[in-house]
Unconditional design. Sequence first.
Length: 421
Amino acid sequence: EVPAGMTNVIFNNGSGTQTVDLTFTQYAYYDNGAKKWVEVGKPAPTEPPTKPTEPPTKPTEPPTKPTEPPTKPTEPPTKPTEPPTKPTEPVEPGTLKLGDANLDGTISVLDATTVQQCVAKVINLTGNAKTAGDVDKDGAIAVLDATAIQRFVAKLDNPYGIDEYIGGTVEPSEDNTDPTEVPTMPTKPTEAPTKPTEAPTKPTEAPSSETPSSEEPTLPPVADKNTVYVDMGYQCDAHAYYWEDQGEQPLTWPGVKMDHVSGTIYKIEVDAKYNKIIFSAGGDQTDDLDVQGNNFIYNKNSKSWAPYNGNDDPTEKPTTSGDFDFSNPRTIIVIDDGNWGNALIHYWNDSSGTVWPGEQMTSIGQINGKNAYAYTLGEQYSKFVINNGSGTQSSDLQISSAYQAFQTGSKQFVDVSSSLR
């Protein structure tokens, strides 16, 4: 039933499929397959009509019922530009969990991904989803909310009380996302940066001389591009997202893949006008950083910048052979005594990891007469599989101790400290 006075109708399935504008036809149903109205006949009265006590007054004019369908409006009704808002299922009072951005009742990496998609403006969170996704309760869905959920899933910390029930009456919300279908989840995408509202304090122009001069001062040439380095602390698929503060943002997240220099060091060349940058690898990323200029390196572990001196690593590492610190248990070593011909490493945790078959390991020459490879895992990863990229692989492995090498032939770990110390 529709309110009296309504003359037109559009039928749809709530997912983007709909009819054209239709004019109501009384005592008929609309056949969507045939795309026409089908009369069903006027229903008979449930009680016999009351016999009038006097003869009915004969109308002096013919009935006003039109013999043709009502005139269709000259202009069709304004068709909504977006799908109609689909109400979500009501959430019972006290059952909404902080961090449950997709409202499935469980806190997982999918909630962090939902928040990331909102930050990247792929979807829009409203109602209960926005309330649950705003874990730091600052009134906005941002990078920090997705990061906090990721850290909770990885069991690192939980300063905001994620997974706790939100008290009070929770009103039903509108559809949480603008698209009718949730986009395919990327491999642990991360969020776009929170752009600062204040300009950087770093001067953009050289200070003027205290002593006035009629001659223009001679300034050093300004580089058109800056080569920026980062030491991620582990081998990874490093990306750089850069932009102009209070200006142009030329990239989409996660930005441009960086060139591998050696070991755990990566570089990117950017136009000098871009003064903000974020380094990331999967779900691991830095804060918003100020580009320091040409040939500077950012150390992710110490969170500090330094001039890049051209060495593979500007800091000293103990017992280092080549580009790797083999005294670090996170440096994975492979000896190809099974003649696999190559070695890749696929690693993961509960919330992120590489896409199969993983990252190419670095050749480090030979150990015991066999080709050997190495790769340094990030701090958040401990599970991995070694494979050759062509179907041959190990079982699921875990970090052992320093100087332990995995053999592709025996598929066992052996001590190689005598070869690498």
